[in-house]
Design a protein around this ligand. Structure first.
Ligand code: ADP
Length: 525
């Protein structure tokens, strides 16, 4: 309230007090005079009640009680003055009626005053609560609307009464239905965030504006109608609205419906703008799809590289064996036995090449690969036989150190591929050393800790120099002129896939050593 208004109100109240106070005093004086100076036979003192009622407008509760005592005193004084110390019963009863009337009136006035004070207190609390709500409503960063859904609720209740239960189905039979429902909604108030969201500068306060902001094909709007028809207490869903500039915005919409049907004239609707979040989610999905495509392409690249790498050895061996075969046949007379041996080798290597294809196809199709029980010593022997030509050409001696026979369960071909890679690397690492020192040692140990076995392949080359040790397993890292740098990366991932590990380091006595640790039974069998 403004200062001037407050002064005016105070002035008005003072005039009111003076008027009623003065009237009460005048009335009391008149009653006292009549009661004392006249000999009218009646309960004149009862008229003090009128003074009390007039005074109640100007004084507080304590004043009222004091005034009651004074009026009772004055009544007694008049009584003694007119009737002396020995009154008859009738006059005494009249005095008693007057005193009782004064007491009852005071009690009623006090009760009314208490009720009025309580009412005023409640009214103030209500006003404060309304002001608090208004301030929260206005300042909230969430877009809030107060909408009048009462007419819409009545309309839907009527439809329900007529037997409609599915709003969506009904909207298909009546093309005007959605539009009619929108017309029945009135916006009572909108906060700043709501105005901002709609891109307007003024609150949308006209009935029917809903048309502008809710798309005609909005599924969320139909769901709201259904929720109202079903008497739901709460509604929450993703929705779309159209702002003033015609842009569609994704929002999270929530409405809590009142229990009391008469409160449907002020239903609060909240909206959170999630347009950016939705756009980010869409971008993320697209990026993920892009990544999936890229990684598929990369996988195909790695697989072809791996295939080329793995096929190199058997195809090379087939070439060498073919040359040898031709030489044996060119002899005069042809050495049929030796030619047969070469042909058998060709057969064996072509079988291996075909196994490699099979295994690659299996790894691509993610089908389970055949696991079998096999003897590790035998597998090493077979592998060395396969590499016989390469090793002979490089004049490499291979020593196998194994005390006990070890049985393993797993995919034999995979482990063999790893062994071929590591032995071939070792042989290449010593290719330029003195032939007398070209030794590759394969030490098999097991079981070591917790049923693991170890296969260490050590060479007598220069070891892992410079950044080699750090980058050994990085795909496409190679120090060789014709290398692909893919072998060790594939070896490690295939061993790790079986629950094992592969590490490369320098041996204290020189050369490099690669150690495979494998569980005897595959971890993911
Ligand atoms: P590539 O043999 O095609 O180069 P690898 O992945 O098998 O691919 O090996 C990567 C690199 O690791 C090799 O180029 C080489 O520098 C190094 N390397 C592998 N084995 C040995 C070894 N026994 N001694 C020294 N360096 C090695």
């Amino acid at each position: 309230m403004q200062g001037a208004e407050m002064r005016l109100a105070r002035h008005g109240a003072r005039r009111h007090d003076v008027f009623f106070g003065g009237a009460a005093v005048a009335m009391a004086a008149a009653v006292f005079a009549i009661d004392t100076l006249t000999s009218i036979e009646g309960a004149i003192a009862v008229l003090y009640v009128i003074s009390l009622l007039l005074a109640a407008e100007a004084i507080d509760r304590t004043g009222l009680k004091i005034l009651t005592v004074i009026f009772i005193g004055l009544s007694l004084l008049s009584f003694l003055f007119t009737h002396g110390p020995e009154p008859d019963l009738q006059t005494f009863l009249r005095l008693s009626v007057a005193v009782a009337a004064l007491c009852v009136t005071t009690a009623l006035l006090l009760r009314t005053d208490r009720a009025r004070t309580e009412l005023l207190g409640m009214n103030t609390a209500l006003r404060e609560s309304e002001a608090r709500y208004r301030s929260i409503f206005d300042r909230a960063r969430v877009a809030l609307w107060e909408r009048d859904y009462s007419k819409l609720r009545d309309f839907l209740a009527g439809l329900k009464h007529a037997g409609v239960s599915d709003v969506t189905a009904h909207s298909q039979t009546d093309p005007e239905f959605v539009s009619t429902c929108m017309d029945l909604i009135k916006v009572v108030a909108a906060n700043e965030a709501a105005i901002e969201l709609l891109g307007t500068s003024t609150p949308p306060d006209e009935g029917g504006v809903t048309h502008q902001y809710i798309p005609a094909d909005s599924k969320a709007f139909l769901s709201i109608l259904q929720a109202i028809m079903d008497g739901a207490a709460y509604f929450e869903d993703n929705a779309e609205i159209i702002n003033r500039n015609g842009e569609r915005k994704a929002v999270l919409l929530s409405i809590s419906f009142p229990d009391d049907p008469s409160a449907f004239n002020r239903v609060v609707v909240s909206m959170i703008d999630v347009t950016q979040r939705e756009e980010a989610r869409k971008a993320l999905t697209e990026a993920q799809a892009e990544l999936a495509r890229a990684s598929k392409a990369a996988t195909i690249g790695v697989l072809s590289a791996s295939l080329a790498h793995d096929l190199n050895q058997p195809l090379g061996a087939i070439g060498v064996n073919c040359q040898t075969l031709v030489r044996w046949l060119d002899r005069d007379p042809p050495d049929i036995e030796a030619a047969k041996r070469s042909a058998e080798r060709i057969l064996r290597d072509s079988g291996r090449a075909s196994d490699i294809f099979k295994s690659t196809r299996l790894s691509m199709s993610a089908a389970s690969k055949d696991k079998e029980k096999f003897d590790l010593g035998e597998l090493i022997g077979d592998t060395l036989a396969l590499m016989e030509h390469d090793l002979q050409r490089e004049r490499t001696t291979v020593k196998v150190v194994q005390n006990d026979r070890i049985q393993l369960v797993g995919v034999k071909l995979e482990l063999q591929q790893v062994l071929i890679n590591l032995i071939a690397n070792a042989a290449q690492a010593i290719a330029h050393s003195n032939p007398a020192l070209r030794l590759v040692t394969i030490s098999v140990d097991g079981p070591i800790e917790a049923d693991y076995i170890s296969i260490a392949i050590r060479d007598t080359g220069d070891g892992l120099v410079g950044e080699t040790q750090r980058k050994l397993f990085t795909p496409f890292f190679t120090t060789k002129e014709n290398g692909m740098g893919i072998g060790l990366a594939i070896c490690r991932s295939s061993i790790e896939a079986r629950g094992g590990s592969l590490e490369g380091s320098n041996h204290p006595d020189g050369g490099a050593v690669f150690e495979i640790k494998l569980p005897k039974e595959p971890v993911n069998a």
